[in-house]
Design a binder for this molecule. Structure first.
Ligand code: C2E
Ligand code: MG
Ligand code: MG
Ligand code: MG
Length: 275
């Protein structure tokens, strides 16, 4: 009887696995056939100065909407795009779109305002990425020193020499590097120092359970401070979380408490209501 049940649960696992593979295949096909300008959109989430409450930046977040699959979340389609090399062309589209959208607004914003764009490790491993980035900055006339590229902690500590070279080249343009989802990976002080990053973004899991993670958050803040990095707290949803962060050296906050990621149009309205 027990044997039989085991067999059944294995068959069940197998079926679930097949469903998952089919879904991944469908998403991959949808991405391959996508008309980027029609099916992709960038939403923008404001980045706020903890102490003054001023908007000091925006993070571009990619949205994908497909005729039959409907909306697919980046949590699902980004890893699939990363597995298929598709992330390279998608990543260039994201950079160009973001620079075109935000470029014209930059002059009206405070001189601290920065645009943050997420990049995947495959982009940093590509020899052509720095040239593509440079071309996009020139074509859109986007001021280099107002761009921040966010790389996950995992990416940044991968020992690849290529990634290190790419990061150095990008930094030589005046573009900043931020370590996203910080605290979930295994970076050491030494590696962070070596990579010469500019910013850490504390992973939202630590902000969500601040009661249990206060010590960790304080340790990250102290580490950032000692390395001279700016610190962003992600996933701030409540006033209590903000009030705590106000008592620390955290520089910037992002989260639903201030705003969800907005369409470009709504982001523009958000800015004009603020000023
Ligand atoms: P991320 O870069 O860490 O972005 C933060 C995620 O948290 C976003 O999810 C954002 O919508 C969500 N978020 C913001 N504030 C809150 C909050 O207060 N509470 C909660 N629960 N969530 C909040 P999203 O847009 O679904 O993106 C997920 C991930 O997909 C991103 O995480 C990033 O790693 C990746 N991604 C998104 N756009 C791009 C892109 O253009 N290129 C690449 N390579 N990755 C991207
Ligand atoms: Mg990010
Ligand atoms: Mg993050
Ligand atoms: Mg600081």
């Amino acid at each position: 009887e027990a044997k039989k049940q085991e067999g059944n649960s294995f068959a069940f696992y197998d079926e679930a696995h097949t469903v998952k593979m089919n879904r991944a295949f469908n998403v991959k096909t949808a991405l391959q056939q996508a008309d980027f300008d029609r099916d992709f959109a960038l939403h923008y989430q404001p980045v706020i100065d903890v102490q003054t409450g001023h908007v000091v930046g925006a993070e571009a977040l990619l949205r994908f909407s497909h005729a039959t699959l409907g909306r697919v979340s980046p949590g699902e389609f980004i890893p699939i795009a990363e597995n298929n090399g598709l992330i390279l062309s998608i990543g260039e589209w994201v950079l160009r779109r973001a620079c075109r959208d935000i470029g014209p607004l930059i002059e009206m914003m405070s001189d601290r305002f920065k645009l943050a764009v997420n990049v995947s490790i495959q982009q940093l491993e590509s020899r052509t990425f720095p040239f593509a980035l440079k071309a996009i900055l020139e074509e859109t006339q986007f001021p280099q020193d107002r761009l921040v590229l966010e790389v996950t902690e995992e990416t940044s500590v991968s020992h690849s020499e290529r990634v290190k070279e790419t990061i150095n080249q990008i930094k030589s343009y005046g573009v900043d590097i931020s370590i996203d989802d910080f605290g979930t990976g295994y970076s050491s002080l030494e590696k962070l120092h070596h990579l010469k990053v500019d910013q850490l973004k504390i992973d939202q899991s630590f902000i969500r359970e601040l009661d249990e993670t206060t010590a960790i958050v304080r340790a990250i803040l102290a580490m950032g401070e000692s390395l001279g990095l700016s610190i962003v707290a992600e996933g701030v949803e409540t006033k209590d979380q903000l009030d705590f962060l106000k008592t620390t050296t955290c520089d910037y906050v992002q989260g639903y408490y201030f705003s969800r990621p907005l369409t470009f149009k709504d982001f523009q309205s958000f800015l004009s209501n603020k000023t």
